[in-house]
Design a protein around this ligand. Structure first.
Ligand code: AMP
Length: 469
């Protein structure tokens, strides 16, 4: 069954452009989103890059635009400058028959002068990063009274990057009658909450369901006797190169044992289980998400609060009892178009559990051929995986409540103030009263010193290196 663009009630000039661009048929996310958005509904869409989601919101936005009024009518928020550029390009392309259309990129890290000039002349659509948009709102250089539609693109990434408070500030300033669209690769609790607070009766568009998601995952199994398990794990970790690997266990005691044994061998590992206090949990997750820990050993109980995605490798060190738990565990890998690997370790006696899973997912779990006797011995394998992480995490004693934004931390570390290159700084997370920044391991001491010497928001802060299992 196929739907045409003509049947989606798009205006003739947009249909003409689609024809010129060779977009013959709407993609699934477009089929579901365009009619709802043309009808003025709010929308929350779970969809990956490459699904055609930009056109899904840009076409209705262009259709509702009154080009004769030189006012800002559409606002698109993106996490990065690169995405702003990409989205603005697509909007301009689709709007090329809207004579006089003005689309402005309002991204950070670019001179503000030309942005001010363009805003002064009047623009119809702004595509920006939250931080820079706030700068303009603070200066009063971006009028928002006429905004009719706001889009949060890659909303989960914006929150991950610490832009949550900025996004909320912007939303609160927009006219109450605006339409709001969110696209996000994943819908964690934080995104659902944002939707609940700022959207009205939003249409939900999900293109893949949970089981379809496993299509991007290579599912493997390693059958071993219980006493060969640790050796098998070391082999898996060395055989499947990973930036971040999540190892699931069924019991807290296994988590503690395994994390301790791996750490003793010099492997970059953290543990995540119900016995840790909230502060330690937060810290270990921050470090795992930003590349300061290569391996995280976790239980399912803790796993519910385990807000991580996009892993290269998930290992079931112990097979879960229920098939649904298996699907949930392995669904953390292979997101956003990259292929992930999920390996389940099981004993010869656990094949019944495996069959129940295969029945649920309709996919068979391929068996790996491994015999401990023909393989490098355990010490050699452990030596091979005992690489230090690329990043280290620095804790800063100031956060959202102190009005700290990612740009402030970046500013204190780079340029004349800090002396580091942008490429040496990784993910920045702003919490209520604390912030975390990932810094390349080779310059992390310098970063700590600079932060302790310098200022953030004109105040002194205390910076410390976060470490330990
Ligand atoms: P996006 O997911 O928005 O990043 O879009 C991915 C790519 O698909 C972009 O290069 C679009 O130009 C292109 N595209 C979007 N919709 C269609 C369509 N219906 N047919 C063909 N190409 C499309």
């Amino acid at each position: 069954m196929s739907t045409s663009f003509e049947s989606l009630s798009l205006a003739p000039e947009l249909l003409a452009v689609l024809g010129e661009l060779g977009y013959d048929q709407p993609t699934p996310v477009q089929v579901e989103s365009i009619p709802a958005l043309l009808a003025g509904r709010d929308l929350i869409g779970q969809s990956k890059t490459g699904s055609g989601k930009t056109a899904a919101f840009a076409l209705p936005m262009l259709q509702s635009l009154d080009v004769s009024r030189r006012e800002l009518q559409g606002m698109i928020l993106c996490p990065t400058r690169e995405l702003c550029a990409q989205v603005a390009r697509e909007v301009r392309k689709l709007g090329r028959r809207h004579a006089g259309l003005s689309v402005l990129e309002v991204a950070g890290g670019q001179p503000i002068g030309p942005q001010l000039e363009a805003l002064d002349r009047g623009v119809h659509i702004a595509v920006g990063t939250p931080g820079r948009l706030i700068d303009h709102l603070d200066r009063g250089t971006i009028p928002v009274d006429a905004v009719r539609i706001v889009v949060l693109d890659e909303a989960d990434r914006m929150l991950d990057m610490g832009f949550g408070a900025d996004v909320e500030t912007i939303l609160a300033l927009l006219p109450a009658a605006r339409q709001m669209v969110m696209f996000s690769a994943t819908i964690p609790k934080s995104i659902a909450k944002l939707s609940g607070e700022y959207q009205r009766d939003a249409v939900r568009v999900t293109i893949e369901d949970a089981l379809d998601d496993t299509a991007d995952i290579r599912q493997l199994r390693l059958v071993t006797e219980p006493d060969e398990k640790f050796h098998g794990l070391a082999w898996l970790l060395s055989r499947y190169p990973h930036e971040s690997a999540l190892v699931f266990c069924n019991f807290k005691a296994t988590v503690v044992d395994l994390a301790t044994s791996l750490a003793r061998e010099g492997i970059s590992v953290g543990r995540f289980d119900g016995d840790l206090d909230q502060f330690s949990r937060d810290q270990v997750l921050v470090r795992f998400r930003n590349g300061s820990l290569r391996v995280l050993v976790a239980t399912d109980v803790a796993g519910r609060g385990l807000d991580v995605e996009d892993l290269d490798l998930v290992i079931n060190y112990e097979m879960p009892q229920q098939p649904a738990v298996y699907v949930h565990r392995i669904g953390r890998t292979g997101r956003a178009g990259s292929k992930g690997v999920a390996v389940s370790m099981m004993t010869p006696g656990q094949q019944g559990r495996r069959k129940a899973i295969e029945e649920l997912t309709g996919v068979s779990i391929e068996e790996l051929d491994w015999k401990p006797v023909d393989d490098p011995d355990l010490p050699r394998l452990l030596g091979a995986i005992a690489r230090p992480p690329v990043m280290e995490t620095v804790l800063i004693s100031s956060g959202r409540k102190n009005k700290v934004r990612p740009g402030d931390i970046l500013g204190a570390l780079t340029g004349e103030a800090g002396g580091l290159e942008g490429a040496q700084i990784g993910k920045i997370e702003i919490h209520d009263r604390l912030s975390y920044v990932a810094v390349s391991r080779d310059v992390v001491q310098h970063a700590v010193t600079q932060l302790n010497r310098g200022h953030i928001k004109r105040k002194r802060v205390k910076a410390t290196l976060v470490g330990g299992v």
